[in-house]
Design a protein around this ligand. Structure first.
Ligand SMILES: Nc1ncnc2c1ncn2[C@@H]1O[C@H](COP(=O)(O)OP(=O)(O)OP(=O)(O)O)[C@@H](O)[C@H]1O
Ligand SMILES: [Mg+2]
Length: 241
């Protein structure tokens, strides 16, 4: 028995000649919020997709504890709610879609569950009738979160969930995510390139570089005493902004 929710061991994902994920080993504890930072192309999204079983590893393994049905128990919130929502599908249906596809709920139960989920993300129940273009960017991201929560997952990957939003809206969404995590006892893998976002929501931070985790530790340890030159550079570039 292990106290970890997810254990990643010697994980490799190669695309042709690109080592997108290159021998990565780490674990995620239940209830924690692990931040994942690193420059564009360092392998963050690929690592997330491997953990969600959306893509197969070239080698290595991932162990899940207390996560029986990965499709139900692990969900993802994407960066851009504009492209992740189908423009022709009403919000209520979009939220219910994963429940229908995975046969988790009967069709007639969907409206009630959609209303519950809209309330959870602080949107009026009447929004179920709307189309994505009738919502603001921040509201659309709330729908993206509601959709991810529909199957009552235990683990959420958030892949740059606030990067496409105005700074003022970012704070609202981050507060919502923090509150939801607490209320539902969720575990997060939170991908961001903005270290202030990571600082707000994460307990531990992993730094990715060229497919490898170059550094991992408590947030304060990484922020105050970065070990690798790469992390130092990452931090100083943020400070200079
Ligand atoms: N399906 C794919 N086929 C081929 N190469 C891929 C594929 N997906 C990712 N890659 C490559 O793997 C590497 C890692 O990509 P990934 O999307 O994981 O990076 P990232 O850290 O999420 O970047 P960003 O911050 O820009 O989102 C990149 O070199 C990318 O071009
Ligand atoms: Mg990415």
């Amino acid at each position: 028995m292990s106290s970890d929710l997810i254990q990643v061991k010697n994980l490799v994902k190669r695309f042709e000649k690109v080592m997108a994920v290159d021998d990565v080993t780490f674990s995620i504890k239940p209830g924690e919020s692990l931040g994942l930072v690193g420059e564009s192309g360092s392998g963050k999204s690929t690592l997330a997709r491997l953990i969600l079983k959306l893509t197969k590893p070239t080698s290595g393994e991932i162990k899940y504890n207390n996560l029986e049905n990965i499709r139900k128990d692990c969900q993802i919130v994407f960066q851009d709610p504009q492209t992740s929502l189908n423009p022709r599908i009403r919000i209520g249906e979009a939220i219910g879609e994963p429940l229908l596809i995975n046969k988790l709920l009967a069709k007639k139960e969907i409206p009630k569950r959609a209303a519950e989920l809209l309330e959870m993300v602080k949107l009026p129940a009447s929004y179920a009738r709307r189309f994505p273009h009738e919502l603001s960017g921040g509201e659309r991201q709330r729908v993206g979160i509601a959709r991810a929560l529909a199957s009552s997952p235990k683990f959420l990957v958030l892949d740059e969930p606030v990067s496409s939003l105005d700074v003022s809206i970012q704070v609202d969404i981050l507060k919502l995510l923090k509150k939801i995590k607490q209320e539902l006892g969720l575990t997060y893998l939170f991908i961001a390139h903005d270290l202030s976002v990571i600082g707000f929501i994460c307990d531990r931070v992993a730094v990715m570089q060229n497919g490898k985790i170059s550094e991992i530790g408590q947030q304060s340890q990484i922020f105050d005493h970065p070990q690798s030159p790469y992390t130092q550079k990452l931090l100083s570039s943020v400070l200079s902004i």
